[in-house]
Design a protein around this ligand. Structure first.
Ligand code: SF4
Length: 321
């Protein structure tokens, strides 16, 4: 699934990453989703080979930890989970911080902290991809037709994503639960309560309900558990939190209306060919400069040169995650 705008089919395909980009700064969505740019360099001589930046150590370590968690949930076996971590942590970077030993210890600490919950699992599925229709939106073109009318165009909006875990518990095998793993290096009073307004989780619950409908299942699903790992670079002791986020029908309808409205706003930018720059707050969110700052900061005439020199094309394909 490649998020984007498909005018021939009159279809919008959105996932949480794309929606968040647009809501943070529409210009981000333009560069990433429409132009499909990421930082990188094209080989100056062949003009063909592209050099993607290496995966940062922390990201590789995080991906490997995720693999270890998957294995732990599926098999309940610590040794297998640690081996899965090690297998995915490749190539091992030269880092004194992101090490194999630290990764293995973290899986063990996680297994100990959630031993009761892990022992109470019935069936578990990991990494469930979904793409499902959310509804129809209307766009009124600025130009009128031959009769002076502004006839609405109907667009469909699909949402999709990848759900970390879908599972049942031994004490209630008719109810499906969802789980999403998060990592934070910032522990604050807002860490847990703000999970309850996650748009991403709304999408996961909606997606699961659609899957269950297709399967003609009577099983229900209206909640998700955010499984949070707090890890600070200055402290070697991890902390583990969980918070349950519920989506009753009312809350899910509100989420749905919000996503459809965001879809209308994206189409408005698309047809008017205006993608506002919301700088400066989103240009430096989380104390990191936005990856497209080099383009936005250049003079308009020079931007294409910056794109050619410092960016490569790579679509955001959720199926390849
Ligand atoms: S650099 Fe700032 S204005 Fe440009 S895309 Fe990023 S957030 Fe938007």
């Amino acid at each position: 699934m490649i998020s984007g705008i498909y005018p021939e089919e009159k279809k919008l395909v959105l996932d949480n990453y794309t929606i968040s980009q647009f809501r943070a700064c529409p210009r981000k969505l333009y560069h990433r989703t429409i132009e499909r740019l990421i930082p990188g360099a094209t080989d100056m001589w062949s003009q063909e080979e592209v050099v993607e930046p290496p995966i940062p150590d922390y990201l590789l370590w995080g991906i490997a930890h995720h693999k270890g968690q998957d294995q732990l949930w599926m098999s309940g076996n610590l040794q297998e989970a640690q081996n899965a971590f090690e297998e995915a942590f490749d190539p091992i970077p030269e880092s004194s911080h992101y090490t194999v030993e630290r990764g293995r210890n973290l899986i063990e600490a996680y297994a100990n902290r959630w031993s009761f919950e892990l022992n109470n699992l019935d069936t578990v599925q990991c990494e469930i991809k979904f793409q499902t229709n959310l509804g129809t939106i209307e766009h009124f073109p600025a130009k009128s037709d031959n009769f002076g009318r502004h006839v609405a165009e109907k667009w469909t909006l699909d949402v999709g994503g990848v759900i970390d875990k879908l599972y049942t518990r031994t004490d209630n095998t008719d109810h499906f639960y969802l789980c999403d793993h998060k990592t934070s290096s910032w522990e604050s009073e807002s860490l847990l309560p703000t999970q309850k307004l996650s748009n991403q989780f709304g999408g996961y619950v909606y997606g699961t309900q659609q899957i269950l409908k297709k399967l003609d299942s009577n099983a229900s699903c209206e909640s998700l558990e955010a499984d949070i790992l707090y890890l600070n670079a200055r402290s070697s002791t991890p902390k583990f939190y969980r918070v349950e986020v519920n989506f009753n029908e009312e809350k899910l309808n509100e989420w749905k209306a919000g996503i459809l409205q965001t879809g209308r706003m994206i189409l408005d930018c698309f047809y008017n060919e205006v993608w506002p720059m919301y700088g400066k707050e989103p240009c430096a969110a989380w104390n990191k400069t936005c990856e497209f700052f080099g383009i936005c900061d250049a003079s308009i005439a020079y931007r294409d040169t910056v794109k050619t020199a410092n960016y490569i094309e790579s679509a955001w394909d959720i199926d390849k995650r």
